[in-house]
Design a protein around this ligand. Sequence first.
Ligand code: SF4
Length: 283
Amino acid sequence: MDDRLKSELAAWLEFYRDLGLGEFYRREPEARIEMRKSKIENRGQSATEAFTTSGKRAAVLPIAIPEPRVASPEPRVPVITPPPAALSLFEAPPAPRRERETLDEIQQDLGDCQRCKLAPTRNKIVFGQGDPHAALVFIGEGPGADEDEQGLPFVGRAGKLLNRMIQSIDMKREEVYICNIVKCRPPANRTPEKDEVEACSPFLFRQIQAIQPKLICCLGAPAMKTLLGIKEGITRVRGQIFDFASTKVLVAYHPAYILRNPREEKTLREDFEKIREFLKARP
Ligand code: SF4
């Protein structure tokens, strides 16, 4: 299993653990389940007894996490909740119904995070900002100096450009949600390292799960790699829309890159027009 799958799986496991589900079983094909049931019954034991010996709550968690792929008109949406039929087969009591996790709960859980080596050098954790029910989420790389100072994402020069781009598609910054793949500033604004992304991205995935946006816009290659695991250069991928869990992801250049390469602003504008068209088609 590659690192991206591992970190996505870890995020889902953590999500289910927060719901109070303590054990996870891989969903088996019907034929194998039937075979196991008949073997157990041949031993004179009832199948349900055999599957619930621990007495704990159990859930069926689909292990397969979809490979990123260019979105088709009617995309296959991966199932992330246990199917009721499978639950009844394992005789597990239903999971307690509760509202989905809120951003406040996730932020509380993050707390004064010391989970990676970025903690000692940060001023403020930059959790994220915007509408908790936004249809559109922007994900950048990590906080810079201004963000670290204020505890808010995209507030420096790159942030001003992002604001202009958001306005260019007739939206307001308050209507979207903005965050980064790591929540603490990497020293000298370097790219976040693998262990830092691994420590921080489960919180990002939980934020996405809480917001359930229609579209995520990855700003820059690090966000693209974290969400989609794509190793190709961003130049070849930008402007395309991919499936990610139950939502879609559009890849665009990071505004900081545009500030260094102003001729590419036209490209960023084109990608924002795609965002506008996508959201317009899904009111
Ligand atoms: S970058 Fe994320 S994981 Fe690392 S210390 Fe900051 S909040 Fe915690």
